[in-house]
Design a protein around this ligand. Structure first.
Ligand code: ATP
Ligand code: MG
Length: 430
């Protein structure tokens, strides 16, 4: 016997039965982003490695440790995208979008790849939904972007999520904070984990991002970035908070929030779920402002703000909620005899064309076994088609939840099923 080949570690298959919750999240996102005027952008899953090195940053975990990098047959260094902001920015620059409109709002969704140690909510191929707003430097844009996420989470029914915000300042004020942080962390070097001792050398801000409790305690007692903000950065942060108030969005100011990417300036934010199912992977999404990145990538001087959410974690939370997302069939058609098989197949086809979700067992078999399958299918009604029904053109809809059979003409099945008062199968209510 040939040896079985398994899927790649950390990369999951999604099968029917599980995919419905994903489709619910995706369709809800499309609806919400559409309402806010965000258009969808799709970029390739592979990019020039230099794109991520220059934007995300060489010293970040993402680029330093987690990227799937390979050489193609032409000797180019390519990487599977670990995130979506840099590819979208690359596309924005490449297509000179800033020459066509002053403000652009884009969203994307799709797979991202990071070579990580796996746990619940942490995979090597995972999915993100993200949005980017280019061209507006005002705090109102930061607030509007957070509002999309808030409304998106509301539409999903995920309410137990807290928005954390912070400001990292800009080139003007961050160096002073940076120097103070390095001085402080050096004085507490021995208390930090081995990883953070290295981070301290290469990228000290990352120490604030460490999941280790001891490091968090050290970082928490250190200098507060907000006390170092220059006047324009302080004004931006104050106005952002005022605007969040105007929108009725609740938030927590968290001065330890830095996020794992190098490109942020001023506003950063994270949405953190309190459900224990996510463990250390409790951040469902986050983002921030990156006013310098476009220029750093050789593009125009265009300010930008964006965020990304992990779909895998949203799906985990929704599954914990226990709601079902599979759409059950309206009707199961069973045939009473061999001779009705063709008409059964044709009736199913016609009713599907008329918009019903119909289950029909192409294997045929005894009526008893078909009725068992009808039960299992979760269909609202079963219709048995036999010689008598074919001759008379009349049949009965048997409600699977119990109750009296409903007489129906074979040419009026769709209308009769639709007229039945029972609530239709759950569909995303956005
Ligand atoms: P974490 O601190 O949990 O590693 P991160 O800062 O690396 O997160 P981002 O780069 O900000 O994550 O990505 C945004 C979102 O994408 C995260 O909040 C999370 O929901 C999701 N995400 C990131 N990495 C993974 C992964 N390996 N598996 C599943 N989801 C992920
Ligand atoms: Mg990470």
């Amino acid at each position: 016997m040939s040896q079985k080949i398994n899927g790649v570690k950390g990369m999951n298959d999604l099968l029917p039965g599980e995919i419905e919750v994903w489709q619910f999240v995706e369709s809800t996102a499309r609806t919400l982003f559409g309402r806010f005027g965000y258009g969808e952008v799709r970029t390739p899953v592979v990019e020039d490695t230099a794109l991520f090195v220059r934007s995300v940053g060489e010293e970040t975990d993402i680029v330093g440790k987690e990227m799937y990098t390979f050489e193609d047959k032409g000797g180019r260094s390519l990487s599977l995208r670990p995130e979506g902001t840099a590819p979208a920015a690359r596309a924005y620059i490449e297509h000179s979008v800033n020459n066509q409109e002053p403000v652009s709002r884009w969203f994307y969704m799709g797979p991202m790849f990071r070579y990580e140690r796996m746990k619940t909510g942490r995979y090597r191929q995972f999915s993100q939904i993200g949005a980017e707003a280019y061209g507006a430097k005002e705090p109102a844009q930061d607030a509007e972007l957070m509002d999309v996420v808030v409304q998106f989470l509301e539409a999903l029914g995920l309410t137990d999520v807290t928005l954390n915000i912070n400001s990292l300042g800009d080139d003007n004020c961050r160096p002073a904070y940076h120097a103070k942080l390095v001085e402080y962390l050096n004085a507490h070097r021995e208390e930090l984990c081995a990883d953070c001792q290295q981070r301290l050398e290469r990228n000290p801000l990352r120490v604030l991002d460490c999941k280790n409790e001891k490091c968090q305690a050290v970082a928490g007692a250190g200098p507060n970035v907000l006390e170092f903000l220059c006047e324009p950065c302080r004004a931006h942060f104050t106005d952002l908070q005022r605007k969040l108030g105007v929108l009725g969005i609740r938030y927590v100011v968290n001065h330890r929030l830095v996020r794992g990417l190098d490109y942020y300036t001023r506003t950063v934010f994270e949405f953190i779920a309190s459900h224990p199912a996510l463990g250390t992977a409790s951040t469902v999404g986050g983002g921030g402002r990156y006013d310098k990145m476009m220029k750093g990538l050789g593009g125009p001087d265009v300010p930008a703000v964006g965020f990304a959410m992990g779909l895998d974690r949203l799906v985990l939370l929704l599954k914990e909620g226990g709601k079902t997302f599979t759409q059950r069939p309206d009707l199961f058609i069973a045939v009473a005899d061999e001779g009705s098989q063709d008409q059964g197949l044709a009736l199913a086809s016609r009713l599907r064309r008329e918009g019903l979700k119909v289950d029909f067992d192409t294997r045929g078999g005894s009526l008893k076994s078909q009725m068992k399958r009808a039960d299992k299918s979760g269909a609202r009604f079963t219709l048995v088609l036999g010689e008598q029904e074919r001759q008379s053109g009349q049949a009965k809809l048997k409600p699977m939840a119990g109750g009296e059979p409903i007489p129906v003409a074979l040419d009026a099945v769709a209308a009769t099923v639709r007229a039945q008062p029972e609530a239709p199968a759950p569909v995303p209510a956005v």
